[in-house]
Each structure stands twice: as structure tokens, then as C-alpha cells.
Ligand binder design. Structure first.
Ligand code: M6R
Length: 614
């Protein structure tokens, strides 16, 4: 996500803040800014690259031995000078990573008390709330604590106030924050690289922690204001390791970020209490949705695989026929489109030319357009009638991982929304589905515990020339995705197949040299599900021909485990959500095979992150 750095000391710190932000540039951003405090606050912000901010700083020469800085990856409000952080109000400046769920309510409440807002961001409400709370007296940290208590959402927050010179206050909930300890100076940042040039002694803040940082002292407290202690750690990472937060590759880091990314995608949109789904950026209403005759989804690569799962979600929950096509195919087949259709484009970058071209074609022929994408302000989002952002944060590894799982989260929300509007889902059914969705980030975190067994399997079969991935129902697109991941980063030839198709040809490929990765989770509840029983048969067919079976199965399933050469357990959830869990071992398998073979995991040969050519 965005990058944060803060400093309190005896040096003029504008250059130091810029230098820290530069170390976070690799994460991607669309604007940047700093706030400096020496007597009064000065805030300087600029859209675009850091050099734009530096030019402004050279011209304005603001002074301050205490300051906060931020690089922004837009989530609420387009990239612009006004939406860039820090945001200030009445002598308070804030920078923030994360998403505030109840910002619209709070904004309305504050506006009712005469507050005027100068940005479209959710972050700005922090400056207003803190300035109000300061009026009740006490130290800045107490005002921040009271303000934060009114907010629902995720945050890594840094605050400066004209009424508390020489102090930076920080607060953490879900988004990372680290305090750096120096001599006569201290630092607070979202990530270690921002401060590594100055100190290697750090304190990682934990959920609900507050830090009051001056040049001499760092005081930590909890939500009740009680003092707390956290261990001081010595960081021996190289600068390159620090960028990846200690992970060897960005892909590995991003695989491990998926639970948080999924939380950000579903948070504030799903109400388990009422069974309602609120999709900010989408104005679908019952009249339009009930008149829909068909949905067309266009996408490429991993996003196309997500769309194939999305088709099942929408057809099952909202009972609307859904067609899925590749961006590169759809527009050249003279498609049948009319006003009674919705065209959904799924794209991490929002810039993939094939997807964009197909989306434009569908809209030009009268379809309403809905974009599911990750990058705010991307071409796709600008050209769409409705936009559903995935909030995965910047994805740097060329191989998509967290983009896929968050796309599935977004498609599930959309399917429930459409089901509610078409009245194919009762309130109770929707509540039950949303309960499953809400439990998913924790289950995803649990799924990651399979990594040691996946790594062993990856090392055992890393010399394979070919690999088959088999799945049925919602697991078939996961088989396609697993195979794509393996081929793009390890260069092993891999094929994903609907397991029932094996007997129509591909089974001829299976011999003792062929690893076959079988996705065989069972449905929760007493009945294992028809797809499960059939895939057991497919697994045995592969074994009978000498194939080496790596099975991904539900926890406690001794039957599948007993048949397989390697067995990987995942937790159970609703069958339509299972792909979000079952894809994780396939990502880890591809990652560890590639790492073992020594390929360039994050930048595989011949591939680009965003494919803006046909
Ligand atoms: O940005 P998009 O989601 O539109 O990108 C589509 C594909 O180029 C992308 O998913 C590609 O297949 C990835 N390398 C897969 O890991």
C-alpha cells in the first residue's frame, strides 16, 4: 500500500523524509507529500513522482525538525495534489495507510458541525476528529486515542499538531508501523527500508498500539491509555531484503499479504447483520438488475481465471447466465451485445489492452460496463459506468497472487449483491454467505501454514519437465491458475484441465515422470459433494497410470491423503469460496519450484506486469 515515514530530532528533516519515501518508491504510488513542524505546520504535496514534490520543496524551503511524509496509492479519490497526504485541519496534519469504513458517516457528522473538507479521501476525517478532540485538553496521544476510537477500519496513522511541538504520534490497526530508535532522534515508518539508513534498532507496533515519539523518548500505550512494552529488535536485513519485508521475493511477500488484502476488499462492503452488500462505486439497482438478460465477462490471464470462478458465483447465486471470454478473443468475434446486458471487465492493472478493447466494444454496442480492478484511476476505471476496486494494494511480482484472491472476493460480493437485487437470495441465505466470506481471511491465514509441506513437494518435483493440474467445478479455474503460475515463473510446461476431460485425450500423457496436482477439497457438511466423488476417481486413474499425485484436500481427509504421493491440507468453507483457499498451495508450489530452480521469480523472462499491447 502507501508508504509512510516520520522523524523527530534536531536536524532539518525535509530531505530525510524524501530520502525515506524514495526507499518506498518500489511499492508504487501516484502522489506524495510531507508536513513539517517548526512553530507552525507547513504541508507540501504533489501529484506524480517524488521529483515533483522535491521541486516544490526547493521552491518553498519549509523548515522543521519534526515531520511526516507519505507516498499515496489512491483508494478513495483520484490521484491529485488535493488528495495527496498529509491532510491538515486546524493545526493538525495526518498521514494514513489503510481504509476507513465509516468515513462517510463521520464526514456527514463533522460537516453538520461546520467542518469543511478539502479532499475526497477517507483520511482527512482523522485531522478533523483529532483537532476536535484536542479541545478537550490532555496530550496529543490522548486526542488521537479518542479520535481513533470513533473510526472503523484499518490504519497506520502518524499525526503532527501545532499544539504539540516536537512530537509525532502514531497508531496502528492492521496496517504495519515500525518505530526506529536513534540517538537524539527517532523515526516512525510503515516499512523498515524507509529508516534503515539511520537505525537498525526498531520496535514493530502491534494491533491497537499507540506511540508517542519525541527526539528523546518513545512511549507506547494501548487503547485504554495504559503503558505497554514491546521488544526492541535488531534488523540485520540488507536494503534489498528490507524492501520485501524480510521475504526473499515480492511474490512470496504478496502471497503472505493475501489475508489482509482480502480483508480490505470485503471490509465495509458486506453486512453480515442485514445480509446486504454495499458496493461503493457501483450504482446497480433492482430495476436494471432484474431486466438483465445476460452478463459478459472479459479478462486475460489470471483475471480470466478469476472470471471463470465469478461466472459460477453469479450463475448460482443470482441465476443470471454469464459468459466469460478472453479479452483478445471477444472483440474480434462480432459479439452479440445489447442494452439488456452488463459487461464486466476484470483486470488487476486496469490497463490490459485486450481487456480494455473488449470492454470498449461491449459498451459501444450498448452494454453497461462494470470494472473490477485494483488500480484507482486506471484506464478501465475511467471508462466504466461502475467500478468495484479490489484494494489488494500494489502488486509488484509479475505473477499475480493477491490480485486473484481479491478479485474472487469482489466477484463473490457482486454475486451476492445481484442475488439480493434479483431476489434469488433470501436475507438469511445472504447472511450465511457473508458470514462465510467474513471468516475467509482467517482461513486464508491458516491455509498458509501448509507452506512447509508444499515446499517439500516443490523441491521433490522441481526437476519435472511437465506437470498436470486437475480440478472440477469451481476448482477447474484453480487448476488453470495453478498451471499458469507454474509455467510463468518456473518455465516448466504445465497444463490445467477439467478433470473429467482427462479421458478424452490428456490421460495419454500420464506416466511415472508426470506429477499430477489434483484439487480435491470436499464440500463442508455430511455430503462430500458430487465433484469430490468424481475427482477421487480421476485421482485413482492418474495413480493407475503411474502418475505422481500431489493432492490438495480438506483437512482431516485421510482418504485422499492415503491415495496421494504428497498431501496438502486446506480448511473448509463454502464451495464457491474454496478457490480462494485452494489456490494458495498452488501459488506456493509454483513459487518454491521456481525458487529451487533459481529462476527470476519476480520478473520472469518475456513477461511484463501490465500488458498494454495487443
Ligand atoms: O492486469 P490484468 O489483470 O489485466 O493482467 C492480466 C494478465 O496479463 C495477468 O493476469 C497475467 O496473466 C499474470 N502474469 C498472471 O500471473
Amino acid at each position: 500500500m502507501c508508504g509512510i515515514v516520520g522523524y523527530v530530532g534536531n536536524e532539518q528533516c525535509a530531505d530525510l523524509l524524501i530520502e525515506g519515501l524514495r526507499k518506498l518508491e518500489y511499492r508504487g504510488y501516484d502522489s506524495a507529500g510531507v508536513a513539517l513542524l517548526e512553530g507552525s505546520l507547513v504541508v507540501v504535496r504533489a501529484k506524480g513522482k517524488l521529483k515533483n514534490l522535491e521541486e516544490k520543496l526547493r521552491a518553498e524551503k519549509p523548515r522543521g525538525t519534526c515531520g511526516i511524509g507519505h507516498t499515496r496509492w489512491a483508494t478513495h479519490g483520484k490521484p491529485s495534489d488535493e488528495n495527496a497526504h498529509p491532510h491538515q485541519y486546524a493545526g493538525v496534519a495526518v498521514v494514513h495507510n489503510g481504509i476507513i469504513e465509516n468515513h462517510l458517516e463521520l464526514k456527514a457528522e463533522l460537516a453538520g458541525r461546520g467542518h469543511k473538507f478539502s479532499s475526497e479521501t477517507d483520511t482527512e476525517i482523522f485531522a478533523h476528529l483529532i483537532a476536535e478532540e484536542e479541545k478537550s485538553g490532555g496530550p496529543l496521544v490522548a486526542a488521537v486515542r479518542r479520535a481513533v476510537a470513533r473510526v472503523r477500519g484499518t490504519y497506520a496513522l502518524e499525526v503532527l499538531s501545532e499544539r504539540s511541538p516536537g512530537t509525532v504520534v502514531a497508531a496502528k490497526n492492521a496496517s504495519p508501523l515500525v518505530v526506529g530508535l536513534g540517538k537524539g532522534e527517532n523515526f516512525v515508518a510503515s516499512d523498515v527500508p524507509a529508516i534503515l539508513a539511520h537505525t537498525r534498532s526498531v520496535i514493530f507496533l502491534e494491533e491497537g498500539d499507540f506511540a508517542e515519539v519525541t527526539n528523546e523518548k518513545v512511549s507506547l500505550s494501548n487503547a485504554s491509555g495504559e503503558s505497554i512494552e514491546r521488544p526492541v529488535r535488531h534488523i540485520d536485513w540488507s536494503a534489498v531484503m528490507a524492501e520485501k519485508n524480510g521475504h526473499k521475493h515480492f511474490m512470496h511477500k504478496e502471497i503472505h499479504e493475501q489475508a489482509r488484502a482480502l480483508t480490505d476488499t470485503i471490509r465495509a462492503r458486506a453486512s453480515v447483520e442485514t445480509g446486504d452488500v454495499h458496493l461503493d462505486g457501483c450504482s446497480l439497482d433492482a430495476v436494471f438488475v432484474q431486466s438483465l438478460t445476460r452478463i459478459q465477462i472479459v479478462a486475460c490471464g489470471t483475471s480470466w481465471h478469476a472470471a471463470l470462478v465469478g461466472k459460477r458465483m453469479i450463475e448460482e447465486l443470482a441465476r443470471i447466465p454469464v459468459e466469460v471470454d478472453l479479452g483478445s478473443e471477444f472483440r474480434y468475434r462480432d459479439p452479440l451485445i445489447d442494452k439488456s446486458m452488463l459487461c464486466i471487465a476484470v483486470s488487476q492493472s486496469g490497463e490490459t489492452l485486450d481487456t480494455l478493447g473488449s470492454f470498449r466494444e461491449a459498451r459501444a454496442r450498448g452494454a453497461r460496463g462494470l470494472a473490477i480492478c485494483n488500480v484507482l484511476g486506471s484506464a478501465l476505471s475511467r471508462e466504466s459506468d461502475d467500478v468495484l476496486y479490489t484494494h489488494a494494494g500494489p502488486e509488484i511480482g509479475v505473477a499475480s497472487t493477491k490480485a486473484f484472491t481479491t478479485q474472487l472476493g469482489a466477484l463473490f460480493l457482486l454475486a451476492v449483491k445481484l442475488g439480493r437485487l434479483r431476489e434469488t437470495l433470501t436475507t438469511d441465505a445472504a447472511r450465511s454467505l457473508l458470514t462465510h466470506l467474513r471468516e475467509l481471511p482467517a482461513l486464508l491465514e491458516k491455509t498458509l501454514l501448509c507452506e512447509p509441506s508444499v515446499k517439500l513437494a516443490a523441491q521433490r518435483w522441481s526437476g519435472a519437465r511437465d506437470c498436470l493440474f486437475l480440478g472440477r467445478g469451481p476448482q477447474y479455474p484453480v487448476a488453470l491458475e495453478g498451471a499458469l503460475k507454474l509455467k510463468e515463473i518456473s518455465y516448466i510446461h504445465a497444463e490445467g484441465y477439467a478433470a473429467g476431460e482427462m479421458k478424452h485425450g490428456p490421460i495419454a500423457l500420464i506416466d511415472e515422470n508426470m506429477p499430477v496436482l489434483v484439487l480435491a477439497p470436499r464440500d463442508p457438511g455430511p455430503q462430500p459433494g458430487a465433484a469430490y466423488e468424481k475427482i477421487l476417481g480421476n485421482l485413482q486413474e492418474a495413480k493407475a497410470r503411474g502418475g505422481q499425485v500431489i493432492a490438495i484436500h480438506s483437512e482431516g481427509d485421510t482418504m485422499v491423503a492415503g491415495l496421494a504421493d504428497a498431501s496438502i491440507e486446506i480448511p473448509q468453507t463454502h464451495p464457491l469460496l474454496l478457490p480462494i483457499l485452494s489456490v494458495v498451495p498452488t501459488q506456493l508450489f509454483a513459487y518454491h519450484v521456481a525458487d529451487h530452480r533459481g529462476t527470476d521469480v519476480d520478473q520472469p523472462r518475456n513477461l511484463a506486469k501490465s500488458v498494454t499491447v495487443e
